[in-house]
Unconditional design. Structure first.
Lengths: 344, 286
């Protein structure tokens, strides 16, 4: 009896470990991203943008995909990070890495404080509170012109070379490499987080909060923790934007950014981290292409894409992940296939 | 002081007419419709086009805005919204944001991005003094119309057959269907009514709130505040919330302009923390 029990738990552990294993396509993805430095030297600015957007989307995926919190104001943390990095560079120190950490700290702290707002209530209350927090911050930034420059934005953000060696160049090569490194490191950390027991317990909470708490998983502390982490991630993404563009405008707190990052994540697929990366690539290509065709009205087509995605069904659209070699879904499909063959 | 109160009440009444459709779709039908402002904007633009291009009287534009927006609402409900009643909130949010984006870009394309102005009929413009209170004629007009509408709506929801069918359909759709109520038609009609009222509010608000393609996003937060703070027990909750919001907003902008919209957001978050289901929540609803 105990042997059987042992076998079952071994099997469970094995299955859990397998989902956490690095896949071939993940390496391939990062290799492509690195190769882009040499292959597309003229596209560095767009690539930087994609990397930042990807990081932002990953931060949203941490709370949406793993904890099931729908946020309409995630840009609050992005914008806060952006302003924190800008102000830090102007008033304290112009070392980029320290600025990044400072922004992460500020955003994380703010995330920690506001996380208590998303604990209670339904989806609707959460939508409203996250939305309200973002609007509140936007209003503060707009009014505190002596600190943030108000509607004109914060300019004059000058940065030292990274670690004293790598200067930001005009073509954005350093910026891209810098953002890519941050993205890779943070994706690695996020991967560790979501595949840890902590990440698994989050998934349990997302599926069924009451059942999770009956199994002895306290939702409150875990949601606070992941919300804080996610806020810090978004803050770092915002800080990267400030550092690579040397400018912050109140636009970083605008509602359309919160909507955009949701769209990015939905295009790429929710709940497996890389959705943010794929979504950011697809979204940026789509946006650049659309704004070439209809410079002023690309928003219309973005809206149309959103509606189509929802009507067709998000599940169906993101099924292409299964085609990635070695992905969990692919394996599942093959196993089902094999079972079906056997039963014939 | 009393003038501010008066202006605040007019503003609050207007917000209520704009938002009460949303309080039904969002509060009762449990559909997160962020595109509600787009219907209000449609009503506003219908008025602008009819008045400025075809020279139709303002008084005819109001019912026209109501009917046309209701028609748009019912078409969209039949074609799109209906499919998403049972979808997750995330899907509903994405869908309605998409709709908002499309409406903004479409209006921008056809009408341009500038503020739209209308000329009110002469008997509605200007102000007059009444017992020391400075009263704007147009604001008085809004208050009268909105009061009539509110009473009519309250009676329609509580006293008519349609009202009780709607309440039954919302409380438990399956049982209501079992009792022979055509839930889908009820929902479509309600949705049309809600969008029509939003359109009427947009038409009335063109003068007061301003009208440009960003209208749906600019006032989205106000509509949502009215609904979430007011709760879903009846239309009294949203009504009181709208009045409070209107008075607070006008007074806040008058006395402490540097704080801007800050107070309103802060109060909303506070209310939602203390009472996640709004000030007037009801038992047993979905």
């Amino acid at each position: 009896m105990s042997g059987e029990h042992n076998n079952a738990s071994m099997e469970a552990i094995r299955l859990l470990k397998r989902t956490g294993r690095w896949q071939i396509w993940e390496f391939a993805l990062w290799l492509v991203a690195i190769a882009a430095i040499f292959v597309l030297p003229s596209q560095m600015l767009i690539l930087t943008e994609i990397a930042i957007l990807a990081l932002f989307a990953i931060s949203l995926d941490l709370i949406l995909g793993y904890a099931g919190i729908v946020s309409l104001g995630h840009t609050a943390f992005f914008g806060l990070g952006a302003y924190a990095a800008g102000l830090f560079a102007v008033h304290v120190s112009s070392e980029p890495i320290v600025g990044l950490l400072a922004a992460a700290l500020v955003s994380g702290l703010f995330g920690f404080l506001t996380s208590f707002l998303v604990l209670r209530g339904s989806d609707l209350t959460r939508l409203m509170t996250t939305f309200g927090v973002a609007m509140l911050l936007a209003e503060v930034v707009n009014q505190a012109a002596w600190l943030t420059g108000g509607a004109d934005g914060l300019s004059g953000v000058m940065l030292n070379p990274i670690l004293g060696y790598f200067e930001f160049d005009l073509w954005g090569r350093t910026s891209y490499i810098y953002c890519l490194i941050v993205l890779v490191v943070l994706t690695y950390v996020a991967r560790r987080i979501v595949n840890s027991p902590f990440g698994l317990s989050l998934k349990a909470i997302k599926r069924n909060q009451r059942r999770a708490s009956m199994l002895g998983i306290s939702p409150t502390r875990r949601i606070v923790a992941i919300y804080t982490i996610s806020a810090a991630y978004a803050g770092i993404a915002g800080a990267l934007l400030t550092q690579t563009t040397s400018f912050v405008s109140p636009d970083v707190l605008a509602f359309h950014r919160s909507a955009e990052v949701l769209l990015v994540l939905v295009i790429g697929g929710v709940g497996y981290l890389y959705g943010g990366v794929f979504g950011a690539v697809l979204f940026s290509i789509l946006r650049n292409w659309l704004s070439v065709i209809t410079p002023q009205y690309w928003m219309f087509w973005i809206g149309l894409v959103l509606i189509i995605i929802v009507l067709v069904g998000r599940e169906r659209l993101t099924r292409w992940q299964a085609l990635l070699p070695g992905s969990a879904r692919n394996r599942q499909a093959r196993m089902q296939h094999a079972v079906a063959e056997e039963s014939k | 002081m009393l003038t501010i109160l008066f202006d605040g009440i007019a503003y609050g009444m207007l917000l209520f007419v704009l938002a009460c459709g949303l309080s039904v779709t969002l509060g009762l039908m449990n559909f997160v419709n962020l595109a509600h402002g787009a219907f209000a904007m449609a009503g506003g633009y219908i008025t602008v086009i009819m008045m400025n291009r075809y020279g139709i009287s303002f008084y005819w534009c109001l019912p026209a805005a109501f009917i046309l927006t209701a028609l748009i609402g019912v078409v969209l409900e039949r074609l799109l919204y209906r499919r998403l009643y049972s979808a997750s909130h995330l899907d509903q949010v994405l869908f309605s944001i998409g709709l908002v984006f499309m409406s903004i870009a479409a209006i921008d394309y056809f009408m341009g991005g500038q503020q739209q102005l209308i000329n009110l009929p002469p008997e509605l413009s200007g102000r007059f003094g009444f017992m020391g209170v400075d009263i704007g004629r147009y604001r008085l007009f809004i208050i009268v119309i909105c009061t009539v509408l509110t009473i009519a709506l309250q009676l329609a929801l509580t006293r008519t057959r349609f009202g009780s069918q709607l309440r039954a359909a919302v409380d438990d759709g399956r049982v209501a269907r079992g009792m022979g109520i055509n839930v889908s038609v009820i929902f479509a009609l309600t949705f049309a009514l809600g969008s029509g009222l939003a359109g009427l509010g947009g038409a009335l608000g063109t003068e007061l709130l301003g009208l440009d393609p960003n209208f749906p996003l600019k006032y989205l937060i106000y509509f949502m505040i009215v609904v979430t703070v007011g709760g879903t027990s009846s239309i009294t909750g949203p009504f009181i919330a709208a009045l409070l919001l209107g008075i607070a907003d006008v007074a806040g902008k008058y006395y402490v302009p540097q704080l801007g919209a800050f107070i309103i957001y802060a109060v909303m978050i506070l209310v939602l923390i203390l009472r996640p289901h709004g000030l007037f929540s009801r038992e047993g609803g979905r």
